[in-house]
Design a protein around this ligand. Sequence first.
Ligand SMILES: NC(=O)c1ccc[n+]([C@@H]2O[C@H](COP(=O)([O-])OP(=O)(O)OC[C@H]3O[C@@H](n4cnc5c(N)ncnc54)[C@H](O)[C@@H]3O)[C@@H](O)[C@H]2O)c1
Length: 253
Amino acid sequence: MSKRVLVTAGGSGIGKAMAETFAAEGARVLVTDMDESALAGCPDSWLKMTGDASDPGHMRDVFARIADEWGGIDVVCANAGIAGPTALVEDVEPEDFRRCVAVNLEGAFLAAKFAAPMMKAQKSGVILITSSSAGLYGFPNRAPYASAKWAEIGLMKTLAMELGPHGIRANAIAPGCVEGPRIDGVIAREAIAKGTTPEIIRAGYEAGVSMRSFVTAQDIANMAVFLASDGARLVSGQVIAVDGHTENPDPKV
Ligand SMILES: NC(=O)c1ccc[n+]([C@@H]2O[C@H](COP(=O)([O-])OP(=O)(O)OC[C@H]3O[C@@H](n4cnc5c(N)ncnc54)[C@H](O)[C@@H]3O)[C@@H](O)[C@H]2O)c1
């Protein structure tokens, strides 16, 4: 029986790579995204729903559709997240802080909240939260994001404890810098905040990583597929970094 997989924010970036990789393994996938045009670019064989992963009504609808179409769910990739503002804490607007926490943390909470009863009823399931290297270290100029990504790990550890006795696993993946437009934007904003160039910021990030490399969305997707597999049947409550090993998260450039 093929796996039934939900990926939030699966219309592009890491989420799309996850959905593609699960689908290549024979899974049925449902992807959600706020951006309708991103979903339009996804294969017709996928189920798609447009909406905000931090909206409880939307997420309730997503799980109602999952119940109708599939009668259960095997893997939930709570992947939606936004970078939030780049500024010192004193300069962050409260509504920007709240929005960043809402998409990253509440999005993961809602996915888990609606998945849990379904997974408990079937006595199986895997919840994967996309956290970040920012959930393992402090991150100057990115307090909202680091706060949300650390909190996602607290959520994941608690899910692992609440749901483990029901045969359900929860883990978090902590990607490092992922090649793509999002990290380019993060680097550009940080360069402005620090009064330097994007090239210098990027070189600093690379220098802080043992493998001296950014990762790809495919590297993250490969880990998601492994964590959802029977090969990881007793891996739960863990944060798995896929980052080339972060040595120094804040190289002073
Ligand atoms: N890109 C990186 O370098 C990086 C590094 C570490 C962790 N992450 C985390 O990985 C996850 C995915 O990141 P990405 O780089 O693929 O993102 P991205 O910025 O490339 O966006 C991917 C998709 O998310 C959708 N999206 C944004 N907000 C949404 C919302 N509220 N509800 C539904 N869809 C929404 C966008 O429309 C887009 O199609 C996030 O949780 C992010 O924090 C990313």
